[in-house]
Design a protein around this ligand. Structure first.
Ligand SMILES: [Zn+2]
Length: 260
């Protein structure tokens, strides 16, 4: 198995049969793994409690470890997405809608049926395509009409991606199509799109609204100043910079409460 050489344990692993390429790979993995542990001569193996930095078990650290695992389980590891949602500079009502979509709490037909809310039988199909039963994943992410919207949106931004049909994976896929620094900005677009889909769905379902076609304007054009025919929207990174200037300015000019 190995021997002590000048106080350092050196493994020597002997095998009954010759190793195949795949075995070699596993052996090298095993070696890197066991080499992470420095063995101490003359000392017996002992148990260590990893949840406590000094290795000793305490009820408090065990309780904390269990609660942490439970919290992760409850949100399905979505903590990251929620912080993304709330940190985005979008309208609060849009953020709340996006949060409810991620939590599966929208009043879609499927959810109403689950809660035994009575719905006329002819009304259970998706109002946008009239083909499938309206559930959250279908309505927002896999309905033919809404996938068109997402597809056009990607074209508009100038990116391509295969988006998932479950809310959290869809969001993760969408907000990671660009640079890391654009995540909040892309999340903002995602939130607004989800909100627009829900608004449209309600318009069609309750007001028998006509499905107006969306007119796409080029991203370049949108980013132009108002005087030049754009909407004056700038790249998010620039907006953040400008806001930090503004903040600094107000601080200097003693306009803000903080400065007073
Ligand atoms: Zn549909």
């Amino acid at each position: 198995m190995g021997e002590w050489i000048d106080g350092v344990w050196v493994w020597s692993l002997n095998w009954i049969r010759g190793l195949r390429a795949r075995d070699e790979e596993q052996v090298s993995y095993l070696k890197t793994h066991i080499n992470n542990f420095a063995l101490v001569a003359g000392r017996n193996d002992e148990w260590k409690w990893k949840a406590n930095s000094n290795g000793v078990f305490t009820v408090k650290t065990a309780y904390r470890a269990i609660r942490k695992a439970a919290a992760l389980n409850e949100t399905g590891g979505k903590k990251f997405e929620f912080s993304l949602i709330w940190n985005t500079p979008a309208a609060h009502k849009a953020k709340t809608t996006a949060w409810r979509v991620l939590m599966g709490r929208m009043a879609t037909i499927e959810n109403l049926l689950k809660r035994n809310v009575i719905i006329p039988t002819q009304d259970i199909s998706c109002v946008l395509c009239q083909e499938k039963t309206e559930d959250s994943n279908h309505l927002f992410f896999s309905c033919q009409k809404t996938t068109e919207v997402w597809y056009d949106l990607l074209l508009w931004i100038g990116k391509s991606a295969a988006l998932h049909s479950s809310a959290s994976n869809h969001l993760m896929g969408f907000c990671n199509i660009g640079h890391k620094k654009d995540i909040l900005f892309l999340t903002g677009i995602w939130i607004c799109t989800v909100w627009c889909i829900w608004k449209k769905r309600n318009e069609v379902r309750f007001n028998h609204g006509e499905q107006r076609k969306i007119h796409w304007v080029s991203w370049e054009q949108i980013c132009m100043p108002l005087a030049e025919g754009g909407l004056g929207i700038r790249l998010f990174s620039e907006v953040v910079r400008v806001f930090s200037f503004k903040f600094w300015w107000r601080f200097q000019a003693k306009e803000s409460l903080w400065a007073k």
